[in-house]
Design a protein. Structure first.
Length: 246
């Protein structure tokens, strides 16, 4: 067995790396290769890398990637054709969000700090109830802000607005909501009082025209609107109006 011991290998002219046209064969349990060159051209295919090394590269081009841990991007993240984005925390879009496809579906409360601009039709759902308000006076605002009772009335009632968590919890002091109740008076039904969260106390009602309804309209549809303003804890001012459309 022959052995060559040297500190550095160069080509014959001493100006570059030597060539190994038939390759190199070596056997070792541990090998360390250190290379220093002013100019080098290397073509490398890396497959089956394992372990926990730190890899620093300029650009990475690939077909797919799977990360079991966190991914930190210090610069700009650009991507196309993303099917779903699932964010557990808060998503901050400093330059806005543009949706050009099928629109946005939001579950929960949406807060617009600088207003909202709707450039096209604005649609609101109506909770249509096949009953009369006097038989089902509790209005769950989780079902919407407009409630239409389609059965002819037979007596008076006091509408009660509530929600799963409670209107007092839903609203902060200084916030307001508008509720509309549509009913068919049938010469019998009208609604002189108004309740919030099953309570008549803590509510000051101001009626358009100066007084609450005292008699029922003969026919048509009554539109009763209530502008609810929370002025303090469990304290509300309500601006009420009843108009008959015959």
């Amino acid at each position: 067995m022959s052995r060559v011991r040297a500190d550095r290998f160069t080509n014959r002219a001493g100006t570059g790396a030597p060539e190994f046209p038939y390759g190199l064969t070596g056997t070792a349990t541990t090998a360390t290769l250190a290379t220093t060159a002013t100019t080098a051209t290397t073509a490398t295919n890396a497959e089956g890398l394992t372990g926990s090394p730190n890899i620093t590269v300029n650009n990475v081009t690939g077909v797919a990637a799977t990360f079991s841990g966190n991914v930190i991007v210090g610069g700009t993240l650009s991507y196309e054709d993303v099917t779903n984005i699932d964010a557990v925390g808060v998503v901050t879009a400093q330059s806005g969000v543009r949706v050009t496809g099928a629109g946005i579906t939001v579950t929960g409360i949406s807060t617009f700090h600088s207003g909202a601009d709707f450039n096209s039709i604005l649609i609101e759902e109506v909770n249509i109830v096949a009953n009369k308000l006097s038989a089902a006076p509790s209005l769950n605002l989780d079902d919407g802000m407009v409630h239409y009772f389609t059965t002819n009335e037979t007596t008076t009632a006091n509408p009660n607005v509530f929600s799963t968590v409670g209107i007092n919890t839903e609203l902060a002091t200084g916030e307001t909501i508008s509720v509309s109740v549509l009913s068919k008076p049938n010469n019998a039904g009208y609604f002189p009082r108004f309740r919030i969260d099953d309570k008549l106390t803590g509510i000051t009602t101001y009626w358009n025209g100066g007084s609450a309804p005292a008699a029922a309209n003969a026919s048509g549809v009554d539109v009763n609107t209530y502008q609810i303003i929370k002025t303090a804890d469990a304290t509300f001012d309500v601006l009420a109006n009843s108009t008959n459309f015959a």
